[in-house]
Design a protein around this ligand. Structure first.
Ligand code: NOJ
Length: 535
């Protein structure tokens, strides 16, 4: 590979949700030794980096996104020694490892918060965001939690409210106090010194709030479903001051060799682009681009989105794409099982770094959760919209084989979330043995991507085609030119691409039909088929 490019540009990031990947000790929850035992599998996917969702000590009110100690490992997942071994093994396999960093909030059991809430004059009082009650005794303003209800909780002991945009056990840090940033940068160094290759930074765009604590205005476009969407989040998100913080975090990464930071940011292109920073004051290596998750799954809409995003990435920025994560309904559920291969072909052939969510490579879908097993806070707090906001369905155990508990945990163990009922047929063992499976397709696709500079570092341009429902684009590097043609519907489509070239070679089909020569004047796409062609 061209040495001017970094691993986080040419490679694929694979997200592992540690609770659900592999249980090694029979408690029904995945752990670090479990992940280590599956590294060969991860390597077989031709990905280059693993991102682990939080593994730190935590009371688990938000499944680890409520961190009680930034510099240790939760006993559920193992020990620091287990972590060091996993990191060493990951590196030995030629893979990178990035951790989830959660700087916006801590757990209410973090020693900083325990001190902060102990008295109004505690030196750590100002490390969190405390406000007096409104004149009527209610919350200081109208800010809302993402997980239902107000973003403020009253602390009777000191008579003030503290801010939390997620569960009330996740108090938000006050980054207007420089000591907080200094402490968080030290937490980053703790892991960078141990050798981690970077961080996925949780809700990085929320880290600064309005110093005047103004009420947020109503959202005129609210669809009446999720109360958090009823306000425009002008004062709790994307404040201009956040960029200084992120630049400071970037400077720490730059003290080390070839580390990276990918920031969680849900914003439109124009705002998202600002999170690259400037060449003089760089910020995120990759500001997560989640647009493919929310776009209507139609060829024209996806093309528009890709073209708009491409146009928005600054010259010093590097694009990236995401189709799923632990907060979003499963890809196969959103686009339908029939389109899952097309969606993966799109993700892995666009220009920029793809992030894949564990299990999507075998086509895992959302798993219905019986009422007594629902545990995700937004679903528990808001039962009426649990089917929309609940995230348990996309966090279920990885399906390894047809044995009880799908090989995720020993037989007879109650797993923390239910295993999908199709696990006996949809699993890694069955699909590895089937050369036509979605897993075989995924491996062929990632191998091709790794072998073709046109796909990793080549230029992108979309093509006009007469057929609706089909998205066609070219990736080009030097003399190497590839066309990608994706059929978004379950009906055959015929294209005339003779303006590009007369003949082409199909080098990969979502149907794994093998290479063939085609005439571009009448290129046939089967229902739900995607093709990669060499011209
Ligand atoms: C975003 C994380 O991805 C999500 O899982 C978590 O609940 C919130 N941030 C709060 O940390």
């Amino acid at each position: 590979m061209d040495s001017r490019f970094h691993w986080w540009q040419t490679g694929i990031i694979y997200q592992i949700y540690p609770r659900s990947f592999q249980d090694s000790n029979g408690d029904g929850i995945g752990d670090l030794p479990g992940i280590e035992s599956r590294l060969d599998y991860v390597r077989s996917l031709n990905v280059s980096a693993i991102w682990l969702s939080p593994i730190y000590p935590s009371p688990m009110h938000d499944f680890g996104y409520d961190v009680a100690d930034y510099c240790n490992i939760h006993p559920l997942f193992g020990t620091l020694a287990d972590f060091d071994r996993l990191l060493a093994e990951t590196h030995r396999c030629g893979l990178k490892l990035i951790l989830d960093l959660v700087p916006n909030h801590t757990s209410d059991e973090h020693p900083w918060f325990i001190e902060s809430r102990s008295s109004r004059d505690n030196p750590k009082r100002d490390w969190y965001i405390w406000r007096d009650p409104a004149p009527d005794g209610g919350p200081p303003n109208n800010w809302l939690s993402y997980f239902g209800g107000p973003a403020w909780t009253f602390d009777p002991h000191t008579g003030q409210y503290y801010l939390h945009q997620f569960v009330k056990q996740q108090p938000e840090l006050n980054y207007r106090n420089p000591a907080v940033l200094t402490a968080m940068l030290d937490n980053m160094r703790f892991w960078l010194d141990r050798g981690v290759d970077g961080f996925r930074v949780d809700v990085i765009w929320l880290m600064m709030k309005d110093p005047l604590f103004r009420d947020e205005p109503p959202n005129p476009a609210w669809n009446g479903i999720n109360p958090h969407d009823s306000l425009l989040h002008l004062y709790t998100a994307n404040l201009p001051e956040v960029h200084d913080l992120i630049h400071a975090m970037r400077r720490v990464l730059d003290e080390y060799d070839d580390r990276m930071m990918v920031g969680e940011i849900y914003l439109p292109n124009e705002e998202l682009a600002k999170y690259y920073g400037t060449p003089e004051a760089p910020e995120c290596h990759l500001p997560f681009n989640f647009h493919l998750i929310h776009v209507p799954w139609k060829a024209a809409a996806v093309r528009q989105l890709v073209d708009d995003y491409e146009a928005s990435v600054p010259p010093h920025g590097w694009p990236n794409w995401v189709l799923g994560n632990h907060d979003q309904h499963r890809l196969a559920t959103r686009v339908g099982a029939d389109q899952a291969r097309v969606a993966n072909m799109l993700l892995l052939t666009l220009r920029g770094t793809p992030t894949c969510y564990y299990g999507d490579e075998i086509g895992m879908h959302d798993v219905p959760i019986p009422p007594d097993m629902v545990q995700d806070p937004p679903a528990v707090n808001q039962p009426e919209i649990a089917h929309i906001v609940g995230r348990d369905p996309e966090r279920t155990p990885m399906q390894w084989d047809a044995s009880p508990n799908a090989g995720f945990a020993p037989a007879g163990v109650r797993t923390w979330l239910p295993v999908a009922d199709d696990y006996a047929v949809r699993n890694v063992a069955v699909q590895s043995a089937d050369p036509t499976s979605i897993l075989s397709f995924f491996r062929a696709l990632t191998a091709l991507r790794g072998a073709e500079p046109a796909l990793t570092i080549g230029a992108y341009r979309s093509l006009d085609v007469a057929a609706d429902d089909v998205f066609v684009y070219e990736r080009r590097h030097g003399d190497s030119r590839l066309l990608i043609a994706l059929n978004f519907v379950g009906a055959a489509r015929r294209l005339d691409l003779s303006a590009v070239a007369r003949q082409a070679q199909v080098i990969l089909s979502t149907e794994l039909t093998g290479p063939r020569q085609v005439t571009l004047a009448d290129l046939d796409l089967r229902p739900n088929e995607g093709l990669i062609l060499r011209i």
